[in-house]
Design a protein. Structure first.
Length: 273
């Protein structure tokens, strides 16, 4: 059986520990293999500085390769390259057909590399933040629903993760106007049915107002530590990962964000308890 391939990026070295922690836990959950990459950005450093940065990057890569192996994680590749970080990470993703890229970030902030990868890479992206570091990986998962195919795919991934991590799962929809409760529950029913089919109890949550603001309020008020967002493979992004809404949720969320690309063909599944 071919293993899933994940990429752990270490360009944001201050968040490397958080990214590696999330990568190892997910790799154990899905029996995946990890490739580690650090890219020395040749647009930022002078020629005489590149050698020093390469050595620093190699030290970081070697450190986390050793940590992963000590934790029983299979390492496919661990490398330092010189070039454009986004280009080189996407190149590695295409070469090994990685299904997931994991990178660390601070709460309320997203780096330029992460922002570009979310938009350009043809695989899923996990933006790992501090609240999924440590003993618990994901304990409270939120799936925003916008009545598209993207929500169905995000629901399948969220349900799979919830099953494997024994997490709570909530589907939400935000209306721009006042609505009846039944109307909201009908829209979130898609994700609830997916969860139920996998033996997972899930809740429905609806609200009204500005979409991004309300999602951020829900994340904070209900202490969600993971949001799963769907991304269309039809050359169009859903309203939850597009424009001002995506920028506000992904940039301003205090929790980790899993961007699911429906362009990926792999099957997700649960396992018996």
């Amino acid at each position: 059986m071919v293993k899933f391939q994940y990429i752990l990026t270490l360009n944001e070295s201050v968040y490397a520990e958080i990214a590696a922690d999330n990568a190892m836990k997910l790799a154990k959950m899905y029996n995946a293999e990890i490739s580690i990459i650090n890219v020395v950005d040749n647009s930022l450093f002078k020629e005489e500085e590149i050698g020093i940065q390469t050595e620093l990057g190699q030290t970081l890569v070697d450190e986390y390769k050793q940590i992963c192996e000590k934790n029983g994680i299979s390492i496919n590749n661990a490398t330092v390259v010189i070039g454009s970080p986004v280009f080189e990470i996407i190149k590695m993703q295409e070469e090994i057909d990685a299904s997931l890229i994991i990178l660390g970030a601070s709460k309320n902030k997203l780096g330029k590399i992460a922002e570009k990868l979310v938009k350009d890479v043809k695989c899923h992206v996990l933006i790992a933040r501090k609240n999924t570091f440590g003993e618990e990986l994901f304990s409270n998962i939120l799936v925003p629903v916008d009545s598209t195919k993207d929500a169905e795919y995000a629901g399948k991934f969220a349900s799979s993760i919830a099953h494997r991590s024994h997490s709570n799962l909530t589907a939400c929809h935000i209306f721009p106007h006042k609505i009846k409760e039944d109307e909201g529950n009908e829209i979130t029913k898609l994700v609830l049915d997916i969860a139920k089919s996998k033996g997972i109890q899930a809740e429905s949550l609806t609200g009204e107002g500005k979409t991004a603001d309300e999602i951020l309020n829900i994340i904070y008020d209900k202490s969600f530590n993971l949001v799963v967002l769907g991304y269309s493979g039809r050359g169009r992004v859903s309203r939850f990962v597009h424009g001002s809404i995506s920028e506000k949720v992904i940039h301003s969320a205090t929790c980790s964000i899993f961007v699911v690309k429906s362009i990926r063909p792999e099957r997700v599944y649960t396992v018996k308890q």
